[in-house]
Design a protein around this ligand. Structure first.
Ligand SMILES: Nc1nc2c(ncn2[C@@H]2O[C@H](COP(=O)(O)OP(=O)(O)OP(=O)(O)O)[C@@H](O)[C@H]2O)c(=O)[nH]1
Ligand SMILES: [Mg+2]
Length: 405
């Protein structure tokens, strides 16, 4: 599966609770630091209108589920151990766990917005810890982790640029490809930090740091889940976070409420669709009076106030709004919209906006890109060339010398 989201933050901010709510898993949660040590990996979904509605065909998804015209596209969450300030120097559990984030395309920073845990994740009186501090340190730790990886080999890299005229972007790519960092990311970061590929042999330590700082933003963007929004001390801190980081996506979240609603939906007591700002009570007789009252309060103080619990919302917004990904469906037959086995719209891929038909072939399989001849747009049934830029909701047949998709 292509797309991965790293779940990061200090201990006890609610990373595992968020993962359990999004993925309906049962990983261990606890109100003490370092409950999670080994990373938890699980699958959840982002939601988008399914192409089957636009094309007027029935749905029969194979690798993704379509429910009532809503396509659920699987993505991977990686819930890692908590990070404390100074982790890159070995504080807390050190930064060995940062390596678990190598594949992540984006990081969701789970912040305890209620201010009831200190920077080490220990419980303190609600409202006494300032979550702004958490946001600043976390960015710093991730940057230091990447910097250490680049610096470790920097002498060799700059030496090869000087001695052999080697290209710094190629050498950096070799070093960073394991972190899911592309040549495009590297070149963008070099450009945006005001440096030049040709003069990499004379980059100073400060230049390297500047480059890594931008690279972190480009390749591992961080968005903020203002978690524990159900607690009374959180609302004021949410406003502070949104005002202080106007360029960052900050979404109010209650992992606790989302998990409770999904559990009740699973039991059949209520009907709740993740991402919605409402639910229907199906079996009131199975709820105690205090549970009914709690549900009403949750609806009024959370769902209606913030437009939902934020768990599904932040995942969708991260993928579609913040990272500008689009959903494209490859098919074998552009008339019936099926694969070779007759499944209708069986696959859907999350790909970056601006992707061309040929690049899309490469996402499916390298062979398909190398032997690409042309593609067919199932909407118009017309041939499109390798350079045609695809749009969200496109259904595409790739015609290649080595076979078709
Ligand atoms: N009120 C409230 N409490 C929450 C919420 N999310 C998590 N918690 C509580 O916060 C505590 C820590 O939750 P975890 O999910 O274990 O936190 P973590 O970030 O995974 O912690 P580590 O694995 O130790 O790094 C638990 O007591 C949770 O019940 C929330 O949305 N609201
Ligand atoms: Mg945890």
């Amino acid at each position: 599966m292509g797309f991965s989201v790293g779940i990061v933050g200090k201990p006890s901010s609610g990373k595992t609770s968020f993962t359990n709510a999004a993925c309906m898993t049962d990983f261990k949660v606890g109100n003490y630091p370092f409950t999670t040590i080994q990373a938890n990996v699980a699958v959840t979904y982002v939601r988008t209108p399914c192409a089957c509605r636009a094309f007027g065909v029935t749905d029969n998804p194979k690798n993704s589920a379509c429910v009532d015209g809503v396509r659920m596209i699987p993505i991977k969450l990686i819930d890692v151990a908590g990070l404390v300030p100074g982790a890159h120097e070995g504080k807390g559990m050190g930064n060995q766990f940062l390596d678990d984030l190598r594949q992540a395309d984006v990081l969701i920073h789970i912040v305890d917005t209620s201010g009831s845990t200190n920077s080490e994740g220990q419980e303190v009186a609600a409202g006494t810890h300032d979550p702004l501090e958490d946001v600043r340190f976390l960015e710093e730790e991730i940057t230091e982790w990447m910097l250490a990886i680049v610096q470790k080999d920097w002498r060799r890299i700059s030496g090869r640029v000087r001695a052999e005229g080697a290209k710094v972007d190629e050498l950096l790519l070799e070093k960073l490809t394991g972190l899911n960092i592309s040549r495009g990311h590297i070149l963008k970061a070099i450009r945006e930090s005001g440096l030049k590929v040709e003069t990499a042999d004379v980059w100073t330590n400060d230049d390297v740091r500047k480059f890594v700082r931008v690279l972190r933003k480009v390749a591992k963007p961080i968005i903020i889940a203002a978690n524990k929004i159900d607690r009374p001390t959180a609302e004021q801190n949410l406003k502070k976070l949104q005002q202080t980081f106007p360029d960052t996506l900050v979404v109010p979240v209650s992992a606790l409420a989302e998990k409770a609603l999904r559990d009740m939906d699973k039991r059949g007591v209520i009907k709740y669709i993740p991402g919605n700002d409402d639910f229907q009570i199906l079996q009131p007789e199975r709820l105690k009076a205090n549970e009914l009252a709690q549900l009403e309060k949750l609806k009024k103080d959370l769902l209606k106030k913030y437009g939902g619990t934020g768990v599904q919302g932040i995942l969708n917004r991260a993928v579609f709004e913040y990272l500008h990904m689009i959903a494209v469906y490859p098919v074998h037959d552009p008339n019936s919209l099926t694969d070779g086995d007759g499944n209708v719209l069986p696959d859907v891929f999350l790909v970056p906006e601006g992707i061309t038909a040929k690049e899309f072939a490469g996402v499916i399989h390298t062979d398909l890109m190398e032997s690409f001849i042309h593609a067919i747009d199932a909407r118009t049934k017309m041939r499109i060339s390798d350079k045609t830029v695809l749009k969200n909701g496109d259904v595409i047949k790739i015609v290649s010398a080595k076979g078709t998709k």
